[in-house]
Structure formats: C-alpha cells, structure tokens
Ligand binder design. Structure first.
Ligand code: BG6
Length: 495
C-alpha cells in the first residue's frame, strides 16, 4: 500500500548519501508504486541553486547509482516535482522563509502537512538543523505527522550520544525520530527474528545449555580510501561495533518480544544490549585486539599503508581492525562468550553470525578416523552469500566409519526473486508509514556506547602500545586468533 501524502525534505541534498542511496531508493519505491500519490520532494541546499540545476545533478546521480535500468518516465515523475530551497541553520531567517515556502508547496500539492525531514548531512549539522526546525515550529504535529530521520554516527562516545539524544528530545518526541542503521535494511538481518521466533526448532536450544559461543564477523576488503578525515578520528570500533555489529548481536541475543511491534521489539533489543557486561579497562585490554593495515594488496587492488592515507595523521594509532570478547550477563547467556571482529583491507568480504553449538560427547566415535570433522555451526550470513547454513558431521560413504563435516545451505537467491536494491527502500518506506521497528531508539544507542566505552578508554590510554599491524588481504592480526585460542576456540574458517 502507498503511504499517506507527504513531503520528503532532504537536507544535504547535494551530498554523496543523497545521490548514491536516498534518490535511487526513492526511485525504486516509485517504480514499485510505493510512494504516496501526493508527494512533494524538496531538497535543501546551503548555497543558492535553482531547482533545475539540482534536478539535473540528482538525475545524473540516479543514472550512475540506480540499481536497475532507469525508466525516464518514472524518473521524471519523481524528480520533475523537485523543489530546491536554500536554507542554512546559521541564518535563522532562511528557515523562516523555508517554513513559509513549504506551507505554500504543500497547499498546492495537497499533502496535508505530513513531513519527513531527512538529514543526509554530516553529524555536526544534526543539532543546528533540528533546533531551527524546532524553533520555526516545523516539527510540531498538528493533526499531521512530522518526522526526523538521522543516520549514524549518533555521537562518538557515551557522553556525546547522551548529549545528542537529550538535546534532540528537547526538540522532538522520541516517536518522531528515525535513527537509521542501514544493517537493519538487510533482508537477512530482518530474517533473524523470523528464523528465531517463527520456527519451533531453534528457540529451545538457543541458550547457554546448547550454545558454546557466538561469533560475529564483518570483514571488508576495501581500505579507508578517500575517507581518511572521517575515519582517522573514528576507527573501526566506533564506525562498526556499537551500531552494525550490535544490531546483529541484539537480534541474535534478545529475548522473544511479547508481540511484533516497535515498542516490544525495541525494548528487548535495548534490554540485551544493556546486559552486556561493562568491562574494566584492564579487562577490556585483555579481551580485545586492535590492528592497523600496512601497504599491500587485496586481490588486484593496491592498498596504501593506512598511515599514508590522505587526511590520516602520520603516526596515527587509529585502528582499522577490532576484535572483542563480550559477555552478556543474563540467564540465557551467562557463560557464553560473544566474539566480534571487524576490519578493513581484509582478504574476503564477509558478514556473518556463526552460532557454535556445544560439542557432542564423542566417546562413541573415539576411535574413528576423523577426516575433516566439522563443528556444529548455524551460520547466518549476508556476505559472501545471503542465507543460512547449518554445519554438521556425517559419515563418509565406504566400509569404514570416517566422519566428515558437511553443510546444508539456504540461499536467498535459490528461493526468491529479489530485485537488486540500495538497501534503503524498506527503511525509507517505513519512515513514511510510521513504522519505527527497524530504527534505533535512544536507549539502545546509549546501551551500545556504554558497552564499548571501556575499550575506547583503554585503547586511548594505551596509544601505540598494543596496536598490531596486519597485511592487507589477510584475516587481520594474528593476535585475533590468540584471543580465541586462549579459550580453546577458533574463528570459523570459510569454505
Ligand atoms: C558504514 C561504515 O556504516 O558501513 C563503513 O561507515 C562501512 O566504513 C559500511 O564500510 C559497511 O556497510 P556494508 O553494508 O557494506 O557492510
């Protein structure tokens, strides 16, 4: 069904996010008849720019980044109605003018005053823009809805995340804020809830009695490239863990919500994140590995030494790889470690959650030649394949009892015809229909930062001490293996 009539107002419309993801996602929604009948697309630019000029730029971007062949009629219908408004939060008068202009546009288009403000801007603009939107009354809901969409990073540590949330909540109500984590736009990630709670066979064994440990891996092949100025003050931990990896962790580890609605689901997610044991700095050092890549190759691609990346401080100690061991202090997970790792310039792009079940007592097969004994893993992955796999042991055919590990695989592409997408379609559609189940609530964001804060503090103090180097194209620093081996465990090998 189509959402209610509304205006879709994009701040930062001349930037990368708008061109690469937001407009192509709107285009895909338009092509699937999932945009409102009455729709007002507005771009906010800080510099003077005509609507035609903006439209041309976005049209070019659409042709470059669209995930399917662009149908000119649909693109025209989407961008033909685009209006560019000039506004700068440092110039309050421009926001007053913008407010009037939006009222006029909406009266003409009969959108009924529903508005979504999408902040596709750098994070330091979130508050200045929101404050101006608040001051001019543009966020007041008077029979119509008003929503604010923001993207990570939500703060850079616990204190700044709390500050950002509390300042935003002075301006808008929590139900109006849509904090995007694009991992929740991924089908396989949403499917974790269905896998766990729509099937009878997994949930009874989804606990410390049957699960030995859980591994979450988000490895990337790309280096930092042209994002040096952002990345060098951010690092792998901040960039990936409290947001993306914790989304995966919370869906896998949460208790069953009483019903499938935003309040129940988001409360359980926040609850399990808050149960991650807060480590002392000493424990954090022992339970973590951080690495930085040097010059080398990933496949055919040359990768520069991280410290020689444009806009990275020479001698920088920022980590491009992080591995952590966490524990969750609750009844279900007591004694079950969660091992997390993520890094750039690694050999394979891989995003997976591997649930390792406890070993069977092997007494019965004690004397059996074990060729390639497998461990019992359930693997939920989005990269390199989207799907779910189950690893178990089986008998090799033949007169002797030999055991080999095999894999049972479900791949999305074998069962469903999915259209290539940007991953933002569902998220944007949900913002328009007012379903915030896939968006982060303030308490989850803060619980995430709370859990990583000891690592941030300990690493900052340790500076260069403990920073390991690794080769591009590898699996990361050797010490990450030691983190597991110390516990008699190992990272799951691919293939
Ligand atoms: C972003 C990070 O949020 O997620 C990037 O800022 C990272 O550094 C990206 O590359 C990874 O997303 P995906 O969907 O490719 O796993």
């Amino acid at each position: 069904t189509r959402p209610d009539p509304c205006s879709f107002v994009i701040f930062g419309v001349t930037g990368d996010l708008a061109h690469r993801l937001v407009i192509p996602a709107l285009y895909n929604l338009a092509a699937n008849h999932l945009l409102p009948e009455k729709f007002c697309l507005v771009g906010i630019a800080r510099k003077a720019m005509s609507s035609d000029e903006l439209r041309d730029g976005l049209m070019k971007g659409l042709h470059q980044y669209a995930t399917r062949a662009v149908d000119d009629a649909i693109a025209q219908r989407l961008l033909g109605c685009l209006t560019c408004i000039e506004a700068d939060p440092n110039d309050p008068a421009s926001f007053d003018a913008m407010s009037k202009r939006l009222d006029e546009l909406e009266a003409a288009q009969q959108t009924g005053g529903n508005r979504l403000f999408y902040l596709a801007t750098p994070p330091n603009a979130f508050l200045p823009i929101s404050r101006e939107l608040g001051r001019t009354g543009m966020l007041k809901e008077n029979g119509s809805w008003r929503r604010l969409v923001i993207e990570k990073p939500f703060g850079t540590d616990l204190a700044s995340a709390r500050e950002l949330n509390s300042e935003l909540l002075k301006i808008v109500d929590e139900h109006q804020i849509y904090r995007i984590d694009h991992y929740l736009g991924k089908e396989t990630v949403q499917n974790i809830l269905v896998l766990r709670f729509a099937n009878g066979m997994f949930e009874p064994i989804w606990n410390r009695n049957h699960i030995d440990h859980i591994q979450i891996t988000v490895d990337e092949k790309i280096g930092v490239g042209h994002r040096g100025s952002f990345y060098d003050v951010t690092g792998a931990l901040r960039d990936m863990v409290p947001n993306h990896l914790f989304q995966l962790l919370s869906l896998v580890a949460m208790e069953p919500p009483a019903k499938f609605d935003a309040h129940a689901v988001r409360s359980e997610k926040a609850e399990v994140l808050a149960a991650i044991q807060t480590q002392t700095e000493e424990e954090a050092l022992r339970n973590s590995v951080r690495g930085q890549y040097r010059a080398g190759r990933v496949g055919d691609t040359e990768i520069d030494d991280y410290r020689k990346t444009p806009d990275v401080k020479p001698g920088s100690n920022t980590e491009t790889y992080a591995a952590l061991k966490l524990t969750i202090d609750n009844w279900r997970w007591a004694g079950v470690p969660f091992y997390l790792r993520t890094g750039k310039a690694l050999g394979v792009k891989r995003t997976e959650i591997a649930i390792k079940f406890k070993q069977a007592p092997f007494a019965m097969f004690r004397d059996t030649p074990v060729d390639r004994l497998s461990q019992n893993y359930l693997i939920i992955s989005t990269e390199p394949t989207e799907g779910i796999a189950l690893q178990f042991n089986t008998k090799v055919p033949g007169p002797n009892i030999n055991i080999d590990g095999v894999e049972m695989k479900f791949r999305y592409k074998d069962y469903f015809k999915t259209e290539p997408s940007t991953g933002y379609e569902t998220l944007i559609y949900d913002c328009m229909i007012g379903d915030n189940i896939l968006f982060q609530r303030a308490d989850s964001v803060e619980a995430g930062w709370q859990a990583v804060q000891p690592f941030l503090d300990a690493w900052k103090k340790a500076a260069a001490r403990g920073l390991k180097v690794y080769e591009p194209g590898s699996e990361g620093p050797e010490e990450a293996n030691e983190l597991m081996e110390r516990d008699g465990r190992s990272w799951r090998k691919l293939g």
